[in-house]
Write a new protein. Structure first.
Length: 293
């Protein structure tokens, strides 16, 4: 039986900033429109966190039963390491999805946005289909696309819409930015796993691009995400505060380009997660300060 610490590690805490960041940005965009709703923001955060945990357990289960995690380098995998029975990890994923749907339903009832039920179902299906089912899209190199859509656009714009009833240009820019950083985090993970993924027949985008170009794409995604705020600067000058992230991005970018050993890329996951949180914090601070001008 896996210990509590192993279950927590299996939830992959380093990926959780990717769930929180879009909610923070979406809420700040709603605040700028004088439509901040604390309860709605909390519910959106709980939905995002539980979906992220659910997809992490689902990924652990599906990759584990396929044998993809047998020779991987990186943090513990519950099924691949034999620490937990596959069915228990699958039940944990379904439990996280179920609770996320309950919080999502509460948010829909409060806001009366019933069409978001379809979005919620789509989120759960995408979360399971990443590595689950007969034809997982994560094995075809489409995982990055879905991460950008659901942990960038849907999470950010959905948060804004459930508070303000509309979206704005800052919400769109922030959604693209945090989505790209989430993709960069996934790319860092997949670059590290290229050898084992090739062996297991998992054709991630990193595998398709090849080691060199996959590493370069990580740097490009971070750069575009950070520099994108320049679009908002003419009317919201405080948004340039996001550029303070450039120095913090240099070390993980250097590791991605120059880290030849797979284990040397493990710290990049934590660093990228922190960059995503920093991006959300500075982006939101920029909106709040510009709102007062």
């Amino acid at each position: 039986m896996a210990t509590a610490a192993q279950w927590i590690q299996g939830a992959r805490p380093r990926t959780l900033p990717a769930a929180i960041a879009p909610v923070v940005i979406g809420t700040a965009a709603a605040f700028e429109m004088d439509a901040f709703r604390p309860l709605n923001a909390i519910l959106a955060a709980l939905v995002a966190l539980l979906l992220q945990i659910g997809v992490n357990y689902a990924n652990d289960y599906s990759d584990g039963v396929r044998g993809t995690d047998e020779n991987r380098v990186g943090p513990l995998r519950l099924v691949g390491s034999g620490a937990a029975r596959p069915e228990l990890v699958k039940y944990a994923a379904f439990a996280a999805f179920g609770v996320a749907m309950l919080f999502g339903l509460a948010l829909i009832i409060i806001t009366q946005t019933w069409w978001l039920l379809l979005v919620g179902v789509g989120c759960v299906m995408a979360a399971w289909g990443y590595t689950g089912g007969k034809n997982p899209y994560g094995y075809m190199g489409l995982g990055d696309v879905f991460v950008f859509v659901f942990f960038g656009l849907v999470a950010t714009l959905g948060t804004t819409y459930t508070q303000a009833g509309q979206i704005s240009l800052p919400a769109v820019v922030g959604a693209i930015g945090t989505g790209l950083i989430a993709c960069a985090l996934l790319m860092a993970n997949n670059v590290r796993d290229i050898p084992s993924d090739i062996q297991a027949g998992k054709r991630t985008l990193a595998v398709r691009l090849g080691d060199k170009h996959a590493r370069e794409s990580y740097v490009l995604m971070l750069a575009v995400a950070i520099l994108l705020v320049v679009i908002l600067a003419p009317t919201r000058p405080w948004m340039l505060i996001v550029l303070l992230l450039i120095p913090a991005s240099l070390m993980p970018a250097w590791l991605m380009i120059n880290g030849r050993k797979r284990k040397s890329l493990i710290p990049v996951l934590k660093q990228t997660g922190l960059i995503n949180l920093g991006y959300a914090a500075l982006f939101s601070l920029g909106l709040v300060l510009s709102h007062g001008l």
